[in-house]
Design a binder for this molecule. Structure first.
Ligand SMILES: N[C@@H](CCC(=O)N[C@@H](CS)C(=O)NCC(=O)O)C(=O)O
Length: 328
């Protein structure tokens, strides 16, 4: 189905800065709405390389939505392939000219799956099914509605909130508690622009000026987080409660030393050597909570970032690195 020339061209402005385009599908799942909360109706498409998709996988596990799948399968007594609430398909973390691929034979991405409902070859085909003339970015994650055969949302921050609230009759756990919302929103805002998106701005920049601005922003952001976590008794960023703010930072932190430090040139310091408190917080989440460790796949992350089609070009741009300063 894919009709594409090369969809991988990055959005770069006249100053050489990477400008992330806004997500295009922004619906909610809610009672009385077009997308009702129903068991078995929705499906997530993700790539393990992607931090934005990783957010949604962690939230799905933390909320226990995958346990509901097992329960309902047992109760009903039969198991249709992935026909349950919030089932997931993992595409490869390799992009070709048509974008993210479904392929269960690529040796670099063990565990990647085929598209289960239509036999599509690419994530982009889902977008084209919904909008045959779609010419935006076909990004992951995608939250798909199997009933109306359309995309509910392709914006991870909003999918995170959907997973947190839409199925609350079934799973009441709250990652965005009322009392902490203001603090969470404020932290999310600068963590997103300095760190989550900051690493991409650094990696994709095409001029020295754009790169330096971005990479300094990344490390200023990490310095700020390090201070927040400096009180060694703090397990979480806000209110000593696990919230979406932890999820949103974790997915970037866990990719930092293995991918962003090298491939995205975020190399002033590493988390391991330069940020003891962030390192402790990150390792605790990873080792003490399966929702984190079970949704991180380092093989896909490393092969995905270092196999990016623009990877060789990224190293080729004449951007001088701000080389590692001290602390290693
Ligand atoms: N704002 C989106 C961003 C998603 C995004 O950029 N995903 C990347 C993977 S890390 C992607 O699919 N890129 C494909 C492309 O830009 O063509 C979200 O948070 O969901």
């Amino acid at each position: 189905m894919t009709t594409a020339e090369d969809v991988r061209k990055l959005p770069i402005d006249a100053d050489g800065k990477y400008i992330r385009p806004p997500s295009t599908f922004r619906n909610k799942i809610e009672k009385g709405g077009k997308f009702e909360p129903e068991k078995g109706r929705y499906h997530l498409y993700v790539a393990y390389v992607c931090p934005w998709a990783n957010r949604t996988l962690i939230a799905r596990n933390l909320k226990g939505l995958q346990d509901i799948i097992c329960a309902s399968r047992l109760l009903v007594g039969f198991c249709l392939i992935a026909q349950a609430l919030q089932a997931v398909t993992i595409c490869t973390s390799r992009m070709d000219t048509k974008g993210w691929r479904f392929d269960d034979t690529d040796p670099a991405f063990p565990g990647a799956q085929l598209e289960p409902f239509y036999g599509f070859g690419h994530i982009r085909d889902l977008y084209l099914k919904v909008e045959p003339n779609f010419d935006g970015r076909s990004t992951v994650p995608v939250l798909w509605d199997k009933k109306l055969e359309t995309i509910v949302s392709n914006e991870s921050s909003e999918i995170l909130r959907i997973l947190n609230t839409a199925f609350n009759d079934i799973i009441p756990e709250n990652l965005y508690p009322e009392a902490l919302r203001e603090e969470i929103d404020a932290l999310n805002e600068w963590v997103y622009s300095d760190i989550n998106n900051g690493v991409y701005k650094s990696g994709f920049s095409r001029t020295q000026g754009a790169y330096e601005e971005a990479v300094k922003g990344v490390f200023a952001g990490l310095d700020r987080v390090e201070k927040i976590l400096a009180d060694g008794s703090k397990d979480y960023l806000i209110g000593n409660t696990l919230t979406e703010a932890d999820i949103r930072l974790f997915v970037t932190a866990i990719r930092f030393d293995v991918a962003y430090n090298g491939q995205f040139k975020c190399n002033i310091r590493t988390i391991r050597s330069g940020y003891p408190n962030i390192n402790r917080w990150m390792k605790d989440l990873y080792w003490k909570n399966k929702s984190f460790s079970e949704t991180v796949d380092f093989q896909h992350i490393k092969a995905g970032y270092y196999n990016r089609p623009e990877a060789s070009r990224m190293l080729f741009y004449e951007v001088l690195l701000l080389t590692v300063s001290a602390t290693v």
